[in-house]
Write a protein that binds this ligand. Structure first.
Ligand SMILES: NC(=O)CC[C@H](N)C(=O)O
Length: 331
């Protein structure tokens, strides 16, 4: 229909495409089973709000996605966003790593058009399945003029969150996703209600562009914990990783006995990025550890898995630690 926006759904798998043996299976089921055409056919309400077509990009559970998958998906999103017959793009995705893909697209796809990443916590076969409404919301937001220029968005549980900020904070429950800085808005009965806009650089204002990124460098994560040893850090430093994210305790603190190992990794050429295992809050430069002296970078408010995404993207352009720190403040 001419008056309706054109929205493309790129399907990648996850629980939103899952199926269980019975309606009471809310946790025991197979993810990534239902094809995108069946998902669209099962939700006739979509046709009333957008001209929708689907593409099956992958059919996997999101914990198994690879860097190559990220590149393939982002390049497809970028190509579609340049088509005049596409107004918005929805990506259906498993929820386990949805926050990472959403952030990767935020950093690398140059478009003003709405990109919405969506999943579900229960398969469509379950009682009180949440996928249908989440997908309906995603298509509505992707086709909305008022979502233009707001970057990559996530529609889960009636909220519209920023793809940069949002994380899976609860498992099992449908209230799984939230952002420490709050959602950007809500969507109710197909209408968007906005309350804030992202201030970090994204999409059109990003210095990174997926059209010129063809490989991502290896970046690994080591956790901090009481009793931590240097086993993981030493293995990562020797692995050929270009950067090591330290998911430290508290304010990104580092056990004194492993500081020399991280210093050695840095002298050997590995970028050391100090993040925190604490979900909210942020890491302050030169607090806890003398980052200037050690030539380390701090991850700002990014959790280890989000810091890894930004590090991979940033390292495609620079391995200068001053530049990397600027990038971590700005994105
Ligand atoms: N709720 C989900 O989507 C989780 C299913 C699966 N582990 C995935 O991330 O794809």
């Amino acid at each position: 229909q001419q008056a309706l926006p054109n929205v493309v759904i790129l399907a990648t798998g996850g629980t939103i495409a899952g199926a269980g043996a019975s309606a009471v299976n809310s946790a025991t089921y197979a993810a990534a089973k239902v094809g995108v055409d069946k998902l669209i056919a099962g939700l006739p309400e979509l046709a009333k709000v957008a001209n929708v077509r689907g593409e099956q990009v992958f059919q996997v559970a999101s914990e198994s996605l690879t860097n190559d998958n990220l590149l393939t998906l982002a390049k497809r999103v970028s190509a579609l966003s340049k088509q005049s017959d596409v107004d918005g793009i929805v990506i259906t995705h498993g929820t386990d790593t949805l926050e990472e893909t959403a952030y990767f697209l935020t950093l690398t796809v140059h478009t003003n058009k709405p990109i919405v990443v969506v999943g579900s916590m229960r398969p469509g076969t379950a009682l009180s399945a949440d996928g249908a409404l989440n997908l309906y919301d995603a298509v509505n937001v992707a086709g909305s003029k008022d979502a233009v220029g707001k970057g990559v968005l996530v529609t889960m549980g009636d909220n519209i969150d920023s793809g940069r900020d949002v994380s899976k904070n609860v498992n099992i429950k449908t209230s799984a996703f939230s952002s420490q800085w709050g959602p950007l808005g809500m969507i109710v009965e197909g209408k968007n209600y906005w309350f804030r806009a992202p201030v970090k650089r994204h999409t059109m204002n990003s210095e990174f562009d997926i059209d010129s990124i063809n490989a991502l460098p290896p970046v690994e994560i080591a956790m901090g914990y009481e009793g931590v040893s240097s086993v993981a850090i030493d293995a990562i430093a020797k692995s050929g990783a270009k950067a090591l994210i330290h998911g430290g305790t508290g304010n990104g603190s580092v056990a004194d006995r492993i500081v020399p190992n991280l210093q050695k990794a840095r002298t050997d050429g590995v970028i050391v990025i100090r993040s925190s295992r604490v979900p909210d809050g942020f890491v302050i430069r030169n607090a806890e550890q003398p980052d200037d002296k050690y030539d380390w970078v701090v991850a700002h408010d990014l959790r280890p898995q989000k810091a890894r995404i930004l590090a991979m993207v940033a390292l495609t352009k620079t391995s200068n630690t001053k530049e990397l720190q600027r990038i971590f403040w700005e994105y």
